[in-house]
Design a protein around this ligand. Structure first.
Ligand code: MRU
Length: 338
């Protein structure tokens, strides 16, 4: 990749601003955790694994900002800071997972050094980042074995290098398949309303030299009916105990279409996206976004001012529409039987 989604330099968090891609490549530098929360909310950094990593670094920034605090003072405020960061976006489990993991590590500290305490947060954020890179590679390798040479695969939203610390989840499969010498073509859903498919997936696949064709979300059914699609691979924001999948709005419709056309529907996700607590998709909180993302997206009015809008950012694909899960520890069967 010739870009870095998330990077740390001199205890500053550097994020590639995904709100202005593909027109501009802008890197913003953060020292204050509250600014990182804002960056997560406005989707400057987005995608479940990437927001988990950014959240972990936000916690590390927070522990630095209070130079005047003693150890006990710091320990107390970190609990509140953690809660504040967790509230940034509710649906992707990776965010809460990363924060809980960093906090749990800090609770194990029995020493008395403020510096050592601070280092725990940086080290844990670095570990989460490094592990994500490994998990992306592993998902890519397992997934690439599943996809026959010459296939055309549909994907929705962006589950690539821009959404993770590594080479992505769904898109990792395409990168690894290309490395293996397979000729895979990708169809990328535009992904209304914020166009992560058009702006981000097409941008990163084209830079990597992967054959990608853009279509709007409402064209996927026709493309399938025309026999243009051999498989679907999406990412996930949260997978519950029964295998239900929260992912970008529109994923459910694609899964229904895939079943109707007898096309396998795969979900690629690392262990950090599997929720250890929630039983079913009904338990997942679905983020709702501001109406103007639909009516005035990218500054162009596309609906009458004041119209009522329903804008969930994610939907739930029931486990019985999933053919298999591509995880970093291998392929797990889904609940779809045909
Ligand atoms: O609102 P976004 O852009 O954060 O939504 C992202 C998705 O839905 C991705 O498919 C998901 O997070 C998986 S990213 C590897």
């Amino acid at each position: 990749m010739n870009f870095k989604t998330i990077e740390v330099k001199d205890k500053k968090l550097i994020l590639l601003d995904q709100t202005v891609l593909p027109g501009k490549t802008v890197y913003n530098s953060y020292e204050d955790f509250r600014d990182v929360i804002t960056a997560i909310k406005r989707l400057e950094v987005r995608g479940a694994p990437a927001i988990g990593i950014a959240a972990a670094y936000a916690l590390a920034l927070a522990v630095e900002i209070r130079a005047d605090y003693d150890l006990n003072g710091l320990k107390k405020i970190m609990v509140d800071v953690a809660r504040e960061i967790k509230d940034a976006r509710p649906t992707a489990v990776n965010l809460a997972w990363a924060i809980d993991r960093c906090l749990a590590k800090s609770y194990q500290y029995e020493g008395e050094s403020v510096d050592e305490y601070r280092t725990i947060f940086w080290n844990e954020a670095d570990a989460i980042h490094a592990e994500d890179i490994e998990m992306c590679d592993a998902m890519g390798r397992f997934g690439a074995e599943l996809i026959p040479d010459g296939s055309t695969v549909l994907t929705h939203c962006n589950a690539g290098a821009l959404a993770t610390g590594g080479i992505g989840t769904a898109l990792a499969v395409f990168y690894k398949a290309a490395e293996m010498g397979k000729n895979i073509k990708v169809f990328a859903d535009e992904t209304r309303p914020l166009l992560q498919g058009a702006r981000l997936t097409c941008w990163e696949l084209m830079q990597a030299g992967i054959d990608v064709t853009l279509l709007t979300d409402n064209m996927a059914g026709y493309a399938m009916a025309q026999g243009k699609i051999d498989a679907v691979i999406t990412g996930a924001d949260r997978i519950t105990q029964n295998g239900d999948v929260a992912n970008k709005i529109g994923t459910y419709a694609v899964a229904v279409l895939a079943e109707k056309h007898n096309i396998p529907f795969y979900v690629a996700a690392p262990e950090s996206t599997f929720d250890k607590e929630l039983e079913t998709g009904d338990d997942i909180i679905i983020e709702e976004r501001e109406p103007d993302e639909v009516t005035n997206g990218f500054g162009i009015p596309t609906a009458p001012a004041g119209v009522k809008v329903f804008s969930p950012a994610f939907d739930i694909t029931p486990h019985n529409l999933v053919t298999a899960y591509i995880t970093d520890s291998g392929i797990r069967p889904g609940g779809r039987t045909k």
